[in-house]
Design a protein around this ligand. Structure first.
Ligand code: DC
Length: 214
């Protein structure tokens, strides 16, 4: 079973994907980390984030070891990842890696921006997770402040708005819900409520799939 989770920054999709993966006993890939690792490689070698050749080289050289660092989760890297993710050649360089992960025999949970639309258009379940920008900013602010980052709520809201505009406005694989995705608005839900709703979507998709086959 392949579960595709998409949504904007700080919508709760990562936490949800992790919980679903552990509930259904599936491996999980946070695809945002791939773009964050490409951005980090460019920043570490003082390349501009728009240097396409260097970005593609970094994307081709990625392996799992590169995805483990806590620095990848910081505010600076989210912003930078959104810039490199708008380069079509970088996206192409990462497609096979993500599809290979999804094609494991037991299935997988992937979360990102284009999983249901581009990476796994045939996923068994697609969930598009949203929340208002203000609520997402509050969540991201709490997370960053909890990790000791020196940020203000206003700055985080500003980042979120910029990232939404960039991720939704790019020409290749923009952030958009797949036509057959279930929408999950988590603005007024806590993680437990969001998780239960997502499990219900997955269980429902299983029943629908079984009905369609019988
Ligand atoms: O999910 P995240 O915040 O870690 O993602 C960081 C950036 O990476 C995001 O702003 C856009 C990009 N991204 C993408 O374009 N496609 C994905 N599948 C995942 C992330």
């Amino acid at each position: 079973m392949i579960i595709a989770i998409d949504g904007p920054a700080a919508s709760g999709k990562g936490t949800l994907a992790k919980r679903l993966a552990s509930h259904f006993g599936l491996p999980h890939l946070d695809t945002g980390l791939l773009y964050r690792a490409v951005a980090r490689a460019l920043l570490d070698f003082d390349h501009p984030l728009t240097d396409e050749k260097a970005a593609v080289r970094a994307a081709q050289a990625l392996d799992r070891v590169h995805l483990d660092e806590s620095r990848l989760r910081g505010r600076e890297m989210g912003e930078a990842a959104s810039v490199v993710a708008a380069i079509p050649a970088v996206r192409s360089a990462l497609v096979d890696w993500q599809r290979a992960f999804a094609r494991r025999p037991e299935g997988a949970v992937l979360d990102g921006r284009d999983i249901g639309t581009v990476i796994c258009p045939d996923a068994d379940v697609k969930i598009f997770v949203t929340a208002t920008p203000e609520e997402r900013a509050r969540r991201r602010f709490r997370e960053l402040a909890g990790r000791g980052e020196d940020v203000t709520l206003d700055a985080v809201l500003d980042d979120i708005r910029k990232r939404d505009a960039r991720d939704s406005g790019r020409s290749t694989a923009p952030l958009v819900a797949a036509a057959d995705a279930r929408l999950l608005d988590t603005t007024t839900l806590d993680i437990e409520q969001a998780f239960k709703a997502a499990v219900a979507f997955v269980d429902g998709a299983g029943r629908d799939g079984a009905k369609a086959k019988s």
